[in-house]
Design a binder for this molecule. Structure first.
Ligand SMILES: [Zn+2]
Ligand SMILES: [Zn+2]
Length: 226
């Protein structure tokens, strides 16, 4: 479980989940230990153990998009935490255009050999310019369609850090051959919305290692022009 410290008060612990090694993360304010879980795709017991080990109180569940490996454990984690805390733990995100994917989670999970995942609905659909709170730390929401129509990115401006789901990876970009994927939309999302945030912005992708927008601008084969 690699830990990183993007900013003095912001802490992040990655918990790889599902056979697709999806980067679920527990992000929290180190002063208050209040935080959120991003993309709980499955392996809910493992996520629950990480939350306990970190001593974090989870106030919300954030979803970057509706694919099963990112959202397939959200329903179970919500129920588990609400029972434990005795208060609501809302699921926030993705954009409404991914609702069809959240509804299909059981079927798509089974097709990839991960049975038993549950469909889930968002308590709050997100759009460009919305904000989500992680403890007292605000993340800006950026709608980045292309990998899926409702993909969103969570950006913490002061910490220079983003959680990007499957929009962008170290050395690659999200696949666009899945339902309602669109390559031109994805490239536009990355080049018009993400890269302008700054070369110094570090990001956690949905799979694989972290990187920075600057490193991807310079060397990502899908973004470098001939
Ligand atoms: Zn995906
Ligand atoms: Zn994924």
């Amino acid at each position: 479980m690699p830990d990183s410290a993007p900013e003095p008060r912001l802490r992040l612990a990655v918990v790889p989940v599902t056979p697709l090694e999806q980067n679920c993360a527990v992000i929290f304010d180190e002063v208050t230990h209040r935080g959120a879980v991003t993309d709980p795709g499955g392996d809910v017991a493992t996520i629950r153990r990480a939350i306990g080990d970190l001593g974090v109180t989870v106030e919300r569940i954030l979803l970057t998009h509706g694919h099963f490996d990112h959202a397939g454990g959200a329903a179970d984690l919500k129920v588990l935490l609400e029972r434990e805390y005795g208060r609501p733990v809302p699921i926030e995100g993705p954009h409404r255009d991914d609702s069809f994917l959240l509804e299909r989670i059981p079927e798509s999970g089974a097709r990839w050999g991960v049975p038993g995942l549950k469909a889930v609905a968002s308590d709050r659909w997100l759009d460009d310019g919305d904000r989500v709170e992680v403890g007292d730390i605000a993340f800006e929401v950026i709608h980045c369609p292309g990998h899926s129509p409702g993909s969103v990115v969570f950006f913490q401006r002061e910490a220079r850090f983003a959680i990007v789901g499957d929009v962008l990876f170290a050395g690659s970009i999200g696949r666009t051959d899945l339902p309602r994927g669109n390559h031109a939309d994805l490239i536009a999302s990355i080049t018009d919305k993400l890269l302008p945030l700054g070369d110094d912005v570090g990001f956690l992708p949905g799979h694989g290692p972290t990187s920075t927008f600057g490193a991807e601008r310079a060397s990502n084969p899908f973004l470098v022009e001939d």
